[in-house]
Ligand binder design. Sequence first.
Ligand code: ASP
Length: 306
Amino acid sequence: MIKKSKESFSLAIHGGAGGTIKKARESETVVKQTLHDILERGRTILARGGSSIDAVTSCVGMLEDCPLFNAGYGAVSNSAGQYELDAAIMDGKTLKAGAVAAVLNVKNPVDLARLVMEKTPHILLSGKGAIAFAKMQNVPMVTQKYFKDAQEKASSLIDKNKKHGTVGAVARDLKGNLAAATSTGGWGAKMPGRIGDSPLIGAGNFANNDSGAISCTGIGEHFIRTVLAGYIGFLIERENMDASEAAMAALIRLTEKFKGEGGFIVVDKNGYIAAAQTTKIMRCGWIEHGGEIHVTLQETLRIPKT
Ligand code: ASP
């Protein structure tokens, strides 16, 4: 374990849990390289004193722009063939949060979530109201074809019909401030209007300087039921667990009690990182206490689904 220093930063990102080992191997090189490049970008921001909120916004924005993941450009469509996107962001210093749900034609939902946090008295905007706000804020809008094109671009590397690849980032900056962001297209062929855990604070996304920053991926309904991101925060804050201990306890809650499926990344208030999942595959990478970049598709803390 890397020695902790008060003046160091930590960053973890994920590109979703789930999928087959065979499919993951086919895209392994490109996915790993993409995660590595995005961590480099996050490292540059944090190393020069940038905030955790800027780092997670930037990393999730880059993941959204990549056709390999199920968020932004690469998002999957619902059963009506529309691309309805969810995203959230939370600032651990202020406990302010912003989120958008079931939005159409927004290029980068994480940026819109951040604007909800910064420019409105609300936390979650959905559907038409969110779009009206996006237009008011001049955020880049795209057509539905934009998302469709991405599916074709990435079809040799990902399973079109059952794509896993929600994205997220958690960070602790040099000042010890934490932040988390998550973005997704949800589940392929989901019912129109279905909203998952990703834009729900405490379910799929959470940050608090007194505990940790958490971003989840997997079957959203399981994470909503278990309030998993908030539960991990609670374990760190009230049970004095570190990131790994809390991750293990959360995996047990997710699997044993709720037969849940998915994974998550955590950075605790001291900058320790854990990544854990119930699935065989989770695309993730991290930099702990300013150390080296690590990227993996498989070797994280894992309790197999029974
Ligand atoms: N958690 C996301 C949702 O249910 C999907 C995923 O992470 O793959 O919307």
